[in-house]
Write a protein that binds this ligand. Structure first.
Ligand code: SAM
Ligand code: SF4
Length: 383
């Protein structure tokens, strides 16, 4: 058996509150009520217990390489609770000194004072949910903030030197024109953030948009036109595309947490609805899903399911994630991450090579231009 020699992990922490549910979002979130401070305190303490119980599966000698506080809206809760959480985590598990620690921020819930508290607590990367700089696009997305709020929030962060900033921008917003979509990119670039995540709006089944699709949704041809135009704008502005939706100014601006997902790395997921992928003490790769019911979660019922990932699932998931990143896939990397010998996937690879989706040499595979265009067809080979 190949040794899955990795005790390095990412840590995802889910903070499940929002001021209002956005009609396109299917992340687990609850309505934030200012007077419910007790439940927030309880939740933070439960996160720590949840982490301790994950360590029973992985063993205590793992180390955390990066932390991502996502949501929901982590910037809604008292930043002192976030500081407390991060310092207690460091008492439970080894967190590498140079770890990247990211927090998601909504432009409608941030202040200079809170930014300082975050920085003091060790947070060194801030991901701002801008979505658009156009007020009518923000309105169609049901966002509570305006373009002016977004700009003010970015300026607050830009005043501080050496902070890593990501801006989340969505395209394919109902009623959006090509010009509006391009203007959003131009405006995002004008603030010179290290990282821009440029997501196509996905219509998720269990959302308001999924149930009542907006009349002015964009069609696939038009979305493709926006994507091609957008890529050109990023390129001209010297932003490198290192993943389908991710653009950076410098090589070391890549989001370490997301890279770990795409490289099929290990991660612990704590908090309501969080997913994890870990290696248990027997060397099995395990998928964990945490409880979606906050009342049960706070009472200590953290785990909803824990399942061994089967070999065929590992192969598909590895390529599903790994092909998002535009670089060579080393055969050794496949073996180290999945524990499966490359000989085992020989027939799949031969098919992908024959169809011109991949090229290979002794050491690695690489996606061809055709593979880029027909990514879904290529992935089907690995199902
Ligand atoms: C889950 S949100 C959490 C951050 C924060 N609450 C916010 O909304 O700004 C993280 C990011 O996911 C993206 N997102 C959520 N739902 C999406 C969807 N259906 N399609 C595309 N992007 C989506 C948004 O860009 C958002 O900034
Ligand atoms: S997009 Fe962000 S603010 Fe909107 S519901 Fe989802 S997590 Fe909450």
């Amino acid at each position: 058996m190949i040794n899955l020699n990795n005790n390095c992990y990412s840590l995802y922490i889910h903070i499940p509150w929002c001021l209002k549910k956005c009609p396109y979002c299917d992340f687990y979130s609850l309505r934030f009520l200012k007077n419910k401070k007790i439940i927030q305190n309880q939740y933070i303490n439960s996160l720590l217990l949840d982490l301790k119980s994950d360590l029973l599966y992985t063993g205590h000698d793992i180390c955390i390489e990066n932390i991502f506080l996502g949501g929901g809206t982590p910037s809604l809760i008292n930043p002192k609770l976030i500081s407390y959480l991060l310092s207690e985590i460091k008492n439970i598990v080894h967190v590498k000194k140079e770890s990247e620690i990211t927090i998601e921020i909504n432009p409608s819930s941030i202040s200079e004072k809170n930014i300082l508290t975050y920085i003091k607590s060790g947070i060194n990367r801030f991901s701002l949910g801008i979505q658009s700089f156009n007020n009518s696009s923000l309105k169609s997305l049901g966002r509570l903030h305006t373009a002016e709020d977004a700009i003010n929030a970015i300026r607050m962060f830009n005043k501080k030197k050496k902070l890593k900033i990501n801006l989340d921008i969505i395209y394919g917003i109902p009623g959006q024109t090509l010009k509006n979509a391009c203007d959003d990119i131009y405006q995002a670039i004008s603030f010179k953030p290290n990282h821009i995540s440029w997501y196509q709006l996905t219509i998720e089944k269990n959302t308001i948009f999924g149930q009542y699709p907006p009349k002015d949704l964009l069609n696939d041809d038009f979305l493709w036109k926006i994507f091609i135009q957008g890529e050109k704008i990023f390129k001209k502005a010297k932003y490198m595309q290192y993943e389908i939706s991710s653009f950076i100014r410098n090589q070391n601006d890549k989001c370490k947490h997301n890279l770990n997902y795409w490289y099929f790395g290990n991660y612990l997921g704590i908090g309501c609805s969080a997913h994890g992928k870990l290696i248990d003490l027997n060397g099995n790769i395990i998928r964990t899903v945490k409880n979606y019911n906050i009342k049960q979660y706070i009472k200590g019922s953290f785990l909803l399911s824990k399942k061994k990932i089967l070999n065929n699932e590992k192969i598909f998931e590895f390529f599903l994630n790994r092909l998002r990143v535009y670089n060579k896939i080393y055969k050794k990397e496949f073996m180290n991450k999945t524990g499966i010998n490359v000989a085992h996937i020989d027939s799949f690879i031969k098919k992908a090579l024959k169809l011109g989706y991949l090229q290979q040499n002794n050491d690695f595979w690489i996606l061809t231009t055709k593979g880029h265009l027909f990514l879904n067809d290529l992935l089907e080979i690995f199902i």
